[in-house]
Ligand binder design. Structure first.
Ligand code: MSP
Length: 682
């Protein structure tokens, strides 16, 4: 098993948009798996990338007045930047405009043409330009795109085209699915695939007459003017990245060790039709083995609504992290890790979820600041106070036994991508460690002069915190590094490896521990959105501050907790009352952001062009540090339309946008549903 290759992929994302919570979710989930497998000693290849040959990509470039390639270069960099900020440890980033990919696509197409799996025909049918997919009339939903996430108008398209003989693979696909129970996951989605295939597969049109895309190889007759259908090209990325059919020997070795992929992780929208039907059939036709596992995850709604640009409720992970960091007073890195934890803990991986800021904040305080933060804090405080600040000696106790019992279950959950289950199990260990301190009462043992018992208790607790830190590392790679360093441990938890979780001897006796510093400062209640309704409140665990026994001044429970670092609430300045007539003089209208850019030499300012229905306005907004310009385009906002024009840093501003936040703009105010630009806000 050690050193065995492990190949995991995310979808490659269209560069018509910047990363958002949905794309980040899939990428983070893949990252957790990649980090976990690396800790287990596997030789991991974690692939992500961008899908650049799509019509919607060239459309987005044209909208921005940019050349396609220039646009793709910019956006691919944006993806890489966001993934870096989200602690995504990909090994390779593939772009479908790269030569290493276009070359493989040409070879793949030629191979299928030679085998007779691709043939010339002519196509007429209903085409959804957004999904880049043809749909039979019977599948349309009231004449519109049947994809529940899309539902846009479809177009009637007629053209000579090449087809892939998908219909010939239905039986082989069904047989393969039946014989390989691990192939399609989660189990609940497998049936959907089976019924889709059983309902009858039609041959797939795999060319388009477009300017932008990978040209059909010239060796194929009548290829002029045709490009490969973007989905047919995109799926092949999983092969191009590992050197399929490469002339270079080292690339061929790479292919032999990493193919078939261990897991393709994709969203439910691209699971059935593309990844579980078209892709395996393409591979079967090419005589290449199919991936070992394809996992379809669910979708996130935002506060019970579909996430969409027009609703103005898109969540961008780094912006969200900055908002959380500002509210908690922690670093962006810690906030990113808290978001990673929340996304994977909140919802069973595979099911849909509803993202609520209040739930994120609640979890931050309850799981991270209270349960985990306090555990570390108390442990280090007591080791400093009772054991001379050095890891004491002692026989392993019941927390090791519990860790030994939990580890196989935890590993199994992670192997199955059952992240919420893994984290729930891990939290039992966190609670058990907190309970252990309360039961052992090291402060009383100290008073009684039983140093040996104090040492044994503190060693057991330190080792448990070390174990928890290791097990959490795939989820929260930077926050766990902070915990690790505070524990006085050298190197990184990732280097220590997964098996080290139960290795109590790995904590050297006499090693100095650090001073406790709150890694997750409690969120200031004034800035928080209200906590979730009572039914979702977690049970009061023994480590909740309210349930603790009152501590005497010399007891360590009264030591500074993470919450102690939160500054006292500030007074709200009093604002004079105004009459209704005075308020009525403010003209509030909705507007849609057309362009947004930074103003040179002004860190906080953005220059926006906002469509107010009847006119476009230039507005200067002090939101540059919280909102990246690209994330604002297309967003609906509320504008004070009759504000007297003013020059800000030499740039004229005609109006003001509304945002919420006490010291900095944390959230922009948008209508809750689509309304025409310029609508009155009252
Ligand atoms: N380019 C194709 C994939 C080709 S793979 C060979 C594509 N790209 S995409 O940019 O649209 O990104 C799709 C991914 O984002 C999907 O896996 C999809 O599930 C995910 N998500 C988009 N919105 C989402 C949510 N609201 N929630 C969770 N994931 C979502 O499709």
């Amino acid at each position: 098993m050690p050193n065995e290759p492990f190949y995991i992929t995310t979808p490659i994302y269209y560069v018509n948009d910047v990363p958002h919570l949905g794309t980040a979710y899939c990428t983070i989930a893949a990252d957790v798996q990649a980090r976990y497998q690396r800790m287990r000693g596997r030789r991991v290849l974690f692939l992500t990338g961008t899908d650049e040959n799509a019509g919607k990509v060239s459309g987005a470039a044209a909208d921005q007045g940019k050349g396609c390639q220039e646009w793709c270069d910019e956006l691919a960099q944006r993806f890489m930047d966001v993934w870096r900020d989200c602690h995504v440890s990909y090994d390779d980033f593939i772009r479908t405009t790269q030569e290493r990919h276009t070359r493989v696509v040409a070879k793949f197409v030629e191979r299928l043409y030679a085998s007779g799996d691709i043939y010339l025909g002519s196509y007429s049918g209903w085409y959804c330009p957004f999904d880049e997919t043809f749909f039979p009339e019977s599948e349309l939903n009231e004449g519109k795109c049947p994809n529940a996430e899309c539902r846009r108008e479809v177009q009637w398209v007629e053209e000579p085209a090449y087809f892939f003989r998908l219909s010939a693979y239905a039986d082989r696909l069904l047989e393969y699915i039946e014989q390989h129970p691990e192939f399609l996951q989660p189990e609940s989605r497998k049936n959907e695939v089976v019924s889709f295939i059983k309902s009858g597969l039609q041959d797939t049109c795999i060319t388009r007459r477009l300017e932008w895309g990978i040209p059909l190889p010239a060796s194929i007759p009548q290829s002029e003017g045709l490009v490969v259908y973007v989905w047919f090209d995109a799926l092949i990325n999983y092969l191009s990245a590992v050197g399929f059919e490469s002339e270079r020997a080292e690339e061929r070795t790479k292919f032999d060790s990493f193919w078939p992929a261990d897991v393709h992780l994709v969203g439910k929208d691209i699971y059935v039709r593309f990844h579980c039907t078209l892709w395996p059939a393409m591979l079967m036709a090419a005589g290449v083995s199919v991936p070992k596992r394809i996992f379809g995850h669910g979708f996130w709604n935002i506060e019970s609504e579909k996430m969409s640009k027009s609703r103005g409720n898109m969540i961008h992970p780094v912006v969200l992290a900055d908002e959380l960091a500002a509210a908690a007073g922690c670093s962006r890195d810690t906030a990113v890790d808290a978001i990673r934890y929340h996304l994977l803990r909140e919802v069973t991986f595979g099911l849909d979820g509803d993202f609520q800021r209040a739930a994120l904040e609640h979890r931050f305080n309850s799981d991270l600041a209270n349960d985990l933060g306090n555990l570390l804090n108390r442990t280090l405080t007591m080791v400093n106070r009772y054991c001379g600040g050095k890891a004491p000696a002692g026989e392993p106790g019941k927390l090791l036994a519990l860790t030994q019992e939990k580890l196989p279950v935890l590993s199994q959950s992670l192997d199955r991508l059952d992240y919420s289950r893994a984290l729930t199990d891990l939290w039992e260990l966190v609670s058990a460690a907190n309970r252990y301190i309360e039961e052992q009462k090291p402060w009383e043992l100290k008073k009684a002069g039983d140093q040996q018992a104090v040492d044994a208790t503190m060693r057991e607790t330190l080792c448990a915190v070390r174990a928890i830190t290791l097990a959490l590392t795939p989820f929260m790679p930077t926050a766990t590094q902070l915990l690790w360093t505070q524990l006085g441990l050298a190197g990184t938890p990732a280097e220590a490896g997964w098996d080290s979780i139960t290795d109590w001897a790995a904590l050297p006796v006499g090693k100095p521990v650090g001073k406790p510093e709150p890694v997750f400062p409690r969120l200031d209640s004034k800035r928080r959105t209200p906590a979730p309704p009572p039914e979702s409140e977690p049970r009061v665990s023994a480590s909740d501050p309210e349930s603790e026994p009152r501590a005497s001044a010399s007891d360590p429970e009264s030591e500074p907790r993470a919450s102690a670092s939160v500054p006292p609430p500030k007074e709200r300045p009093t604002v004079p009352e105004i009459t209704y007539d005075e308020f009525k003089q403010v003209e509030l209208r909705t507007g849609v952001v057309k362009t947004a850019e930074k103003i040179e030499g002004a860190d906080k300012l953005l220059r926006l062009i906002v469509d107010l229905g009847t006119e476009e306005r230039q507005i200067v907004a002090g939101i540059a540090q919280q909102f990246a310009p690209q994330t604002l385009i297309g967003r609906q906002l509320v504008v004070v339309a009759n504000l007297a024009p003013a020059k800000i840093r030499g740039v004229e501003s005609r109006g003001m946008i509304l945002a919420a936040g006490d010291e900095v703009p944390l959230a922009l105010i948008s209508p809750s549903a689509d309304v025409p630009p310029g609508s009155t806000v009252r």
